[in-house]
Structures are given as structure tokens and as C-alpha cells.
Design a protein around this ligand. Sequence first.
Ligand code: DSN
Length: 441
Amino acid sequence: MTTQDPVFNIIAAEEKRQSEGLELIPSENYVSENVLQAMGSVLTNKYSEGYPGRRYYGGNEHVDQIENLAIERAKQLFHADHANVQPHSGANANEAVYFAWCQPGDTILAMSLPAGGHLTHGSPVTRSAKIYNFVGYGVTEDGDIDYDEMERLAREHHPRIILVGYSAFMKLPDFDRVKKIADEVGQETGEEILLMADMAHVAGLIAGGVHPNPLEHGFHVMTSTTHKTLRGPRGGIILTMGKVGNPLRKPEHTLENIPTLVDRAVFPGTQGGPLEHIIAAKAVAFEEDLQPEFREYAAAIVENARVLAAELQRLGFTLQGNGTENHLILVNVKDSFGIDGKFYETALDQVGLTLNANALPTDKGGAFRPSGVRLGTPAATTRGLRTEEMLKLAGWMRRVLDICVAAGEEAGLDAHEPELAAIRAEVKQLALNFPIPGIKA
Ligand code: DSN
């Protein structure tokens, strides 16, 4: 393969798209040059099934050092007893935890997808939903977890896992309240309930000290992706509390043994060979996340989101949960202005502002006609945008919205191309002042 391969031209076009626009999808971010370098390393050539010191292939002396570094750094970052850094994704991490603790047919209590949960928390289209019995709790009118409903459902269905996790939820969870529910129901039934937190969206906020850590509030397992607020490579991770044993020997099925049960569930339970080039990049990212500057970054993400949310509200947008306590904002464009989320998403795309249409808890239109858009500040904050730019962003969002309202969905945006182009030029000018790591200006 040479640099003439069109693949590289397409990558260059993507670099341009990323540089000239502003990324507002709350689950995306920009990695450092060191993370990019580790991902593009010769470690991709190596098979290393198993775990450090216990591999099924020779030649793993360097790979073992790298995986051990990633594990130790992850443990330090989240104050965990153990870390499994092998999951290829957040979905795989979740699946492995279900597999580690549940039998087919067992009940898992998780936030429902319309309320803000995630596909992998029991959506009927997933493999896990065909194996386990998912029961969904919702959110209250003011956008918080409906803890009363969670308690009622836990008493009724006796779940083996209570899962707190989400991809469109703007409050700080009350982990102590969830633990109390699990303890009480567990005592009633005589069965241990696994407390699991899928913190994919907010893991970087936890690492940066601006969000509570579920592992410090009695949770046994925390899963996450590594590429969102953690600013690492695309991948997954599982942090556990308990006794770490030999993953080659089957331990007793107790909560204390969850680290070993999870290791066995990742490999050989649900995955084959680990991606050691990605694990190296995770190790690099975790070291970056341990630095004092990362705490400043995490605080800036939340402050940017707060400023952006307040300005959007001032400009007339209705926000789910009346604002945000984390990095996420969910705008109800249907209620605010009578247009639908997908139409607004498309219009914003045309000016270089990338976000995604998203259903609201009260939505009846389903995933294809959502009433809202979801946005967040992690990527923009990495680039260095702060209060002044958040105010500009909100202003552009309002101007694009006015164009959508004036155009109407049926007529479409063609007649408004000059107005959109003018906004696109302003976005591009600002974006180019904030370079992306690893992309040459
Ligand atoms: N976690 C999803 C998101 O929030 O975008 C991706 O699976």
C-alpha cells in the first residue's frame, strides 16, 4: 500500500471536516498525538490471548508490560481493586459483565432507552435482551432517575443486576440511594444483587474529580468506553471491586470474586485476542488523565456545558431536565419551536456544527422522528473553546433554528443556502483558530 491509495485521501478529507467544523456530539472527543502514535504501532501485529503472565502465545514479554501499565493506571484513576482493559468496546464490556454474573433468563434492572438509557441496557434489538430479562426504569418529570420506580421494580422483579448508566441523562446519580435499594431487596430475597454503573459518558468527569465515583459508593462494577470524556482510543474497560484471583481457575460465584468472574467473562467468555495497540493507547490516555491538567479539563467541560445550556435557555430553547449537571444537553426543539430533531440536525450539519437528533423521554415519534437534539462539550473543550465561544455557539444554533422555522421541513433548506453559508464561514473561521491534536493546520 502506498500513500496514493485513495484511503489516505479520504482520511485527509475527514481531517479537513474535523478541523473546519465544531464537534458537539457528547460522546466524541479528540485524542492526543501520543495516543494516536500508540494506536498506530506494531503492537497490532501480536496475538496475546489470555492475561499478563498467562498467555496462550509466546513473545508477549513487552505486551505484558504494556497491559500491566494500562491496568495499574486505570486502577489508580478510578480507585478500583481491579481493571480489565481488554473489552473492544463499551458494548462488549457490558455484555461481559452480564455474562459474568447472570444466567439466561435472569433479570437486569436498567434505565429504559427512551428515558435516556443505552441500547446495550436491554433494547429488544440486542443479543443481551434475547438472553436476559431486562426491566426498565424511567425518569421523573424534572429529568432525574425515578428512584421510587426503581425500588418498586426491584421489589417486584428481584433483579440480579441493578444498572445505573445512560447516554442522555443530565443529572448526577444518587448512587447511595441505589445501593440502599439493592441492600434491602437483597436481604429480602437472600440473593446478592450486583451493582453495575455504565459510566461511558462521564468516566472522564469521574477521573477529573467533578462527578461522583460509583465504586466509592458501594458499586461492584463500573464499565466505560475509553474514547469519550476519557479522551483515549476507541475501546472499553471494566473496573471492579473485590478479590482478584487466577482467571484460569473458576472461582465461586460471589460478589467478592467479581474481578475474576469478569476477567473470565471477557476472555475466553466473550472475546478472543486483545487489541494490544489499543491497550497501549489506553495506557497513554490514562496517564494523561492522571495529570492535574486533566482535572482542569474536566471542570471546564462541565462549566462550558452549564454556560451553553443557560444561553440556549435564554435564547428560547427548552431543555430536558431544565439544564445540565454534566457535559450533556438535551434540547427539546419540537416543544420550543415546532420543528423536529432530525431536520434541525441536518441544518446544523450544513453549517459545520455536528450533533445528533435524539428522542426525549416523552417522545412518541420513536428513533426516526425524535423531538430533540443531544449535544455536549467534551470535544469543544479539548480544542480550547470556553465561555465566549459557548455564547457564540448558542447564537449560531438559534440562527440556524430560525432558518429551519422559516424554511419549513417540506420546502427544505435549499432556498436558504446563502444564509447557511454565511454561518458556515463564521463557524469555520472560529474552528480553525482552535487546532485539533494530530492534525496539521
Ligand atoms: N453511547 C452512545 C452515545 O452516547 O453516543 C454510543 O453508543
